[in-house]
Design a protein around this ligand. Sequence first.
Ligand code: HEM
Length: 492
Amino acid sequence: MELGPICNVLLGIFGVLVVLRWVVKNANWWLYETQLGEKQYSLPPGDMGWPFIGNMWSFLSAFKSKDPDSFVSSLVSRFGRTGIYKVFMFGNPSVIVTSPEACRRVLTDDDCFKPGWPKSTVALIGKKSFIGISFEEHKRLRRLTAAPVNGYEALSMYTKYIEEIVTSSLDKWTTMGEIEFLTELRKLTFRIIMYIFLSSESEPVMTALEREYTTLNYGVRAMAINIPGFAYHKALKARKNLVATFQSIVEDRRNQKKVSVPTKKKDMMDALIDVEDENGRKLTDEDIIDILVMYLNAGHESSGHTAMWATIFLNQHPEYLLKAKKEQEEIVRKRPPEQKGLTLKEIREMEYLSKVIDETLRVITFSLTVFREAKKDVNLAGYTIPKGWRVLVWFRSVHLDPEIYENPKEFKPSRWDNFTPKAGTFLPFGAGTRLCPGNDLAKLEISIFLHHFLLNYQLERLNPGSPAMYLPHTRPVDNCLARIKKCPSSSV
Ligand code: HEM
């Protein structure tokens, strides 16, 4: 048999494959960069990945592996430590920023950047939530909703309630045998945020809502594939259920108001129903529901995860746990005998505990990234971000940068002794006009939880070596399966 023709055919196929690969690899470059004219030459270095999926495959495979940071470190090793990289993610030509200076600039420059969350995320959180509304509308609703969740007066008001719910939950957990510690903490923080927004709801409604939020969050970081079986499809269904529940709560509250039965305490729902703009225009049901979907989500997942990790880290480091416990015992010892429970003043004096929480926020970086969009062509660090491109502010890289935090993956609360982070190097709650409005509330909840936990309880993990997973948020695969036990020295 003659080999010549076969070789030619094989060579031909090989040639076609090489050309095809080149075309496919350069499709995004051709689609998004060549259109930019001269500007394409000043884009940040990077790689736009494959057509349609861009860099999502590398992102998802890194974040589903044991080394999520391999995603950004591969950009650094290929393109250098520029702190800004061109990518194609979540369906858009984008730039990832990883240096403190660039992150801070993007977060604080409202003339150049606006929220730029992927359409799929806006569809889940709501187009009338803070990530979908105009600058002016955001300013107004932010003013209205931020005061009741932050500030001395509001926080003092919630301290007693949070303490009650923390102590009763901890007590209950000791009787439950094996629990998923994270799941229980999420329920706890969800009850707190429900109380602030809606005063109260029945236990079954709360458990059902919290479950829907878990499904919703899986969809937020997944690929937007709306086909049964995929995380995004399930998340859309979860949103539908949440909207239906909130709709009936809003209707009930409006009806109550019509027959003018004043509720005992004015909660956030009352404030949202009553508020008018300068033209006397009130919020629609859709406005209120999207604000609820957003706040109740942002307001419990993050604090629940952070409280869990702080407890795990302390458990892994008995010397830090002892130090934190001593501080709490000292607070109780100094307390006048007639005082019942914690005061905000005492919480503000928990110096070591505050370092434990900051260190947890840094090591875990609950919000791995946030999204912005360039409102015009922007020059950043000598590179051009073209108008309309998305910017991913990659908090995780800043918090785990060995040039900022020595041995960054080590949990070491004492690194915060006499250390004030430079601007842009510690951003657990973001910065600028979108700085998390719940930052003080979150620290309050976590401090109250740790206070009672350290004084009276112990965590016994069933799988202490359970590996971590990173999407949608960093957590142990087993949701921290554990038993909660009373300390032998407990006074409760
Ligand atoms: C450890 C706990 C928390 C962490 C790590 C956290 C983190 C963040 C971050 C990084 C942002 C900035 C988003 C951006 O720049 O686009 C943010 C925004 C937000 N957070 Fe939090 N958060 C926490 C707790 C809370 C709590 C308890 C609430 C509820 C009261 C809350 C409500 C919100 C809201 C509504 C926004 C949007 C703000 C806006 O767009 O103006 N967060 N959070």
